[in-house]
Ligand binder design. Structure first.
Ligand code: PLP
Length: 358
């Protein structure tokens, strides 16, 4: 037995997912979104596994620096941009591209004495109401950026979709139309789609696409499987049975006695708890793969372990392999049990869980 619990990262799945996404948006360049430790998959190993990506997108300066220190040469986009003269200077040194979404960031560029001519991604808010200039301000902002003493090497345009994962929601069409009306014919490269945009909305593809979740092999649509899009889950959170016990009918299991055996039961205790990133809101009934077969989690998630009812499974013993999510058990299914989304479970995998890149 090596590690009791580990996150197996399948780099061939990562490459395959990138090819699938490209096939959906041929002609678009791809910035692979690797923020938040590559959605828990490991920032540097993920980027190194994707030499075919045209660019990488991160949220924070530090994430970009970590990529450069690992020898990543592709374009790197800072999705939230920079917020001080020091950060701007560092971004220039590192040859980062910056998203500009706030007047402060234009002021920083106006005051900068750096030689570097940035690729500037102007972000337009078409309805998300999070980052970006309002459409009525866009013209003035573009003029201001073009009038910089050291003009950008290139201005590119982006917007972000709020509800692209809802196939029937009219908001996406409204956002797409707003963005197109504003930017059509300017001759500037445009980027719209995240995973749901790319896979669900042809008009959301643009010159640059920004896949995150789909790259990691997860369907962005709750009612549609990864396999339906030809995507393969990249992370398998693999664990191990650390003991098996008999629990007589009527006795309870774990903290708070939150589950009582309705019959004489065999309960496997499996390594993995909220100290590893499992959510405590995962409740009785959430599936676990034990020896490749589904069995229900029972009782509360503890810091280091969970209990699984294996009464109906033969041959479960100390050392039996389990899968908490990944190949054979979609993380989205588990997320639904926990009342959250796959993103949160993936990003939540703690540092104590070793990542094993295969
Ligand atoms: C995180 C992020 C993405 C990627 O979104 P997914 O849903 O994971 O594909 C794309 N664009 C921006 C601006 C983001 O912040």
């Amino acid at each position: 037995m090596t590690q009791l619990i580990r996150a197996i990262i399948d780099s061939s799945a990562l490459k395959s997912n990138l090819r699938q996404i490209r096939a959906k948006a041929s002609g678009s360049r791809v910035m692979a979104v690797v923020k938040a430790n590559a959605y828990g998959h490991g920032l540097v190993p993920t980027a190194l596994a994707l030499p075919e990506a045209d660019a990488f997108a991160v949220a924070r300066l530090e994430e970009g620096i970590a990529l450069r220190e690992a020898g990543i040469r592709q374009e790197i986009i800072l999705l939230e941009g920079v917020f001080s003269p020091e950060q701007l200077a560092e971004a220039a040194r590192q040859r980062f591209e910056i998203v500009v979404h706030d007047p402060l960031q234009i002021a920083l560029l106006e005051r900068s004495t750096a030689e570097h001519r940035f690729v500037v991604w102007l972000k337009v808010d078409t309805g998300m109401n999070r980052l970006g200039f309002r459409t009525e301000d866009f013209g003035a902002v573009l003029a201001r950026v073009r009038a910089l003493a050291r003009p950008p090497a290139e201005v590119r345009l982006m917007t972000h979709l709020a509800r692209a994962d809802e196939r029937d929601c009219p908001m996406t069409r409204m956002q797409l139309e707003r963005f197109d009306a504003l930017t059509h014919g300017l001759g500037l490269a445009r980027s719209i789609g995240n995973s749901a945009g790319i896979l669900g909305w042809e008009e959301a593809r643009g010159e640059w696409i920004r896949p995150g979740l789909a790259l990691y092999g997860i369907s962005p649509f709750s009612q549609e499987s990864s396999a339906g899009f030809g995507l393969i889950p990249v992370m398998t959170l693999a664990s191990t049975v650390i003991t098996v016990r008999r629990v007589p009918r009527g006795e309870s299991v774990g903290y708070g006695g939150a589950w009582t055996a309705p019959r004489d039961s065999r309960i496997a205790i499996v390594a993995g708890g909220y100290g590893d990133g499992l959510l405590r809101s995962l409740s009785t009934g959430a599936p676990v793969l034990v020896n490749g077969r589904r069995a229900p989690l029972v009782g509360r998630v503890a810091m280091d372990m969970i209990a699984v009812d294996v009464s109906d499974l033969p041959e479960v013993e100390v050392g039996t392999r389990c899968v908490l999510w990944g190949r054979g058990l979609e993380v989205s299914e588990l997320a639904a049990h926990a009342g959250t989304v796959a993103y949160e479970l993936l990003c939540g995998v703690r540092a104590r869980v070793p990542r094993e890149v295969i």
